[in-house]
Design a protein around this ligand. Structure first.
Ligand code: TA6
Length: 288
């Protein structure tokens, strides 16, 4: 397919195609493996998405950082622990359907359709699209179509890794008075009071349809994370011990990223009827 001048297809490493976007409004990289937005840097800012320097770029392997697509299940498979964490979408090669350059942004559309390989892991007929708009804002929309003859339910997350200056100075505004499932240690239902701050490992599924604002005094910026079609906001930082257990993440990296994920997880799965569809979106912008 013809690519606009602002996009080039690189294979680094060999056999691993990555769309490299260089536009006046922003730069970015998107791997075809998992339709994975790896990096996004809007003009005039430092990188917004976090990408681990130890990320493993190999087909079938999830990339540590950027925006992994967790679909059609979140975390471990509900009944079969042998199946991949966070589902199949982030480990499959997607097809680039089209790419367009606009004056102030670039759009890319990727597609993933069910086949024998996906059927082995998840016996459903589906077509997914991932729409990405890259510019002063980053917008990612995952569309699910049920192309089969029976309804199915999905859990999902746009598992966004965000760069921060110092996790210990971070506060997340927008989840006050919100119930959440705390999955650190024994899974416990709790209730958020005030801003979310970080003094240790955080792995929470908030029951919220709202956007949030991440205040990052160390980088003198705020990250605004809005969303649509999502009733769960997942907030995660692995802290020290879990970071040491992740081979594709430096031990001290937890100081400089967090995940805020537009999701439908836990009991918030989404049922898609035959011939029906569902979309979930996240939008990230930066302000001083
Ligand atoms: O979104 C938080 C989470 O579910 C954590 O429990 C942690 O497992 C994280 O996702 C990363 O999962 P991954 O399979 O990418 O290592």
């Amino acid at each position: 397919m013809n690519l606009p001048d602002c996009i080039r297809l690189e294979e680094t490493p060999a056999g691993y195609p990555i769309c490299v976007i260089s536009h006046a409004s922003a730069t970015a990289r998107v791997a075809l493996n998992g339709a994975h937005v790896m990096e996004w840097t809007p003009a005039g800012h430092s990188p917004v998405l976090y990408l681990s320097p130890d990320a493993i770029l190999a087909e079938g392997k999830a990339i540590r950082g950027g925006i992994p697509i967790c679909w059609p299940w979140f975390n471990a498979h509900p009944t079969d622990a042998s199946k991949p964490m966070h589902g199949i979408a982030r480990n499959r090669p997607w097809t680039l359907v089209r790419a367009d350059e606009k004056t102030d942004h670039v759009t890319l559309l990727f597609k993933l359709e069910s086949d024998e390989a996906t059927q082995e892991l998840w016996p459903q007929d589906f077509r997914c699209y991932l729409g990405i708009s890259i510019g002063a804002a980053l917008e990612v929309t995952l569309m699910t179509e049920n192309t089969g003859s029976e309804s199915f339910s999905v859990a999902e997350a746009l598992h966004t890794y965000l760069t921060v200056g110092d996790i210990k100075q971070i506060s997340i505004v927008g989840l006050h008075d919100t119930p959440y499932l705390d999955t650190v240690g024994e899974r416990t239902l709790r209730h958020q009071t005030g801003d979310v701050t970080f003094e240790g490992e955080v792995d929470r599924q908030y029951h919220s349809t709202a956007g949030v604002v991440i205040h990052d005094p160390a980088l003198s910026r705020k990250l605004i994370v809005d969303k649509l079609g999502s009733s769960t906001t997942v907030v995660w930082n692995p802290w020290i011990e879990k970071s040491k257990r992740l081979a594709d993440l430096p031990d001290e990296a937890f100081h400089n990223f967090l995940c805020v994920e537009a999701a439908n997880a836990g009991d918030a799965t989404v049922t898609v009827q035959p011939g029906g569809s569902h979309a979930i979106s996240t939008r990230v912008t930066v302000s001083a």
